[in-house]
Design a protein around this ligand. Structure first.
Ligand code: HEM
Length: 167
């Protein structure tokens, strides 16, 4: 008989929905630092937390992001949305940004290489932004990404780069 008061070991997390399984490498909470730049602005450093979560009954990943000034901790940009992977290796992502900008992104993932590449199909309610691309890659257990944008004055080029660890 087990000793009195012993707690049962925690049950393993349920398997993700089959549609989400190829992107399971994203699931969880990530934290790290990034660098922002663009030809029209001064470069800056930021801290960031990403959360990718899901329910096993739904073929969708919920996504939230928040960032803060590296020096002071003061909040910066935040965004949230939903990632919908498809069995054919394509993925559709909707994101709403704290600036009011709305994005629909389409792209593809590679479950073996642990990469996701997204390109905006729609950028709404934006005064300057014409196009946004996002590329994620898991390397040695760390999640890195590059966000590029094109604006009314500037061609597509990097705005954000970050490296995050699972926490
Ligand atoms: C500037 C868009 C994410 C921080 C800008 C500008 C645009 C923009 C259009 C002005 C560029 C210009 O005037 O030529 C976006 C988009 C994002 C994004 C579309 C996501 C896809 C972020 C994030 C941060 C950030 C995550 C902070 C961690 C800044 C800063 C500036 C800036 C500090 C320069 C100062 C300013 O103009 O407010 N961004 N941004 N941005 N962005 Fe972003």
């Amino acid at each position: 008989m087990e000793g009195g008061g012993a707690t049962a070991p925690a049950a393993p997390p349920p398997a993700p929905h089959p549609a989400v399984a190829p992107l399971a490498f994203l699931l969880g909470k990530w934290r790290g630092e990034g660098e922002g730049s663009f030809p029209t602005i001064s470069p800056f450093r930021y801290g960031e937390e990403l959360l990718f979560s899901h329910h096993p009954s739904k073929p969708v990943i919920s996504y939230t992001q928040r960032t803060w000034k590296a020096a002071s901790g003061e909040p910066m940009h935040a965004e949230s949305g939903y990632w919908r992977p498809r069995p054919d290796g394509s993925v559709e992502v909707v994101i709403s940004q704290s600036t009011g900008l709305a994005e629909v992104q389409k792209g593809s993932f590679d479950a073996e290489k642990k990469t996701v590449t997204l390109q905006s199909e729609l950028v709404g309610n934006a005064s300057k932004v014409k196009q946004i691309t996002r590329a994620f890659q898991l390397v040695d257990g760390e999640l890195s990404y590059v966000v590029q944008m094109a604006t009314i004055t500037t061609s597509l080029q990097p705005h954000l780069k970050a490296l995050l660890k699972k926490i």
